[in-house]
Design a binder for this molecule. Sequence first.
Ligand code: NAP
Length: 181
Amino acid sequence: MRVSVFIATSLDGFIAGMDGDLKWLNEASAEVPEGDDLGYAEFMASVDTLVMGRKTYEQVLSFGAWPYGDKPVIVLSHNPLVFPEYIPDTVSHSSESPTDLYRRLAEAGSKHIYVDGGNTIQRFMAVGLITDITLTLVPVFLGSGIPLIHELDQQIHLKHMQSRTSENGFVQVRYELIEST
Ligand SMILES: NC(=O)c1ccc[n+]([C@@H]2O[C@H](COP(=O)([O-])OP(=O)(O)OC[C@H]3O[C@@H](n4cnc5c(N)ncnc54)[C@H](OP(=O)(O)O)[C@@H]3O)[C@@H](O)[C@H]2O)c1
């Protein structure tokens, strides 16, 4: 089963500024030429299940409209969650470990999971479950914020698969994970 990360970071490796600030990303994304989504729609179409951390879920809720349609989404939290009425039934809560969740989804026939949220990505990566990562580098140094990876006990080596740029200066790099040492 493929387990992907598809995420934008600042040049200094942050996925959000302090307190989850995404203004830098939203402003930069507004400059992306129409129709140039750097493969996001194609990627999403290939994903059968989205797994996201509670903090990312709360950020998505703050956008007002649920952007994932009826795509199955699993929100991870150690605490119970009450979903707003407008959230589709395909959104569920889990507190399973990455390994248990991976096993359950694999047994249920999942082929491609999208893992989102820095802390959540880190937990999946730490147990060797991430298979590929697509980073969209936004040309800004934030200086502080929420890192993509905070801390890992092992080095993770990746193989470069593809790079591309958008007209507005985003550089997107896709890697496959090859080994942990
Ligand atoms: N730049 C981008 O493209 C991008 C993409 C996604 C997100 N973001 C930003 O990143 C920020 C959120 O990232 P983050 O690293 O702070 O947090 P996160 O990964 O979204 O959420 C972390 C939380 O997820 C829960 N969690 C994760 N794994 C779990 C497990 N196995 N079992 C139970 N609970 C689990 C815990 O929730 P509880 O504390 O409730 O137990 C944990 O505190 C937001 O500001 C968001 O906007 C940016």
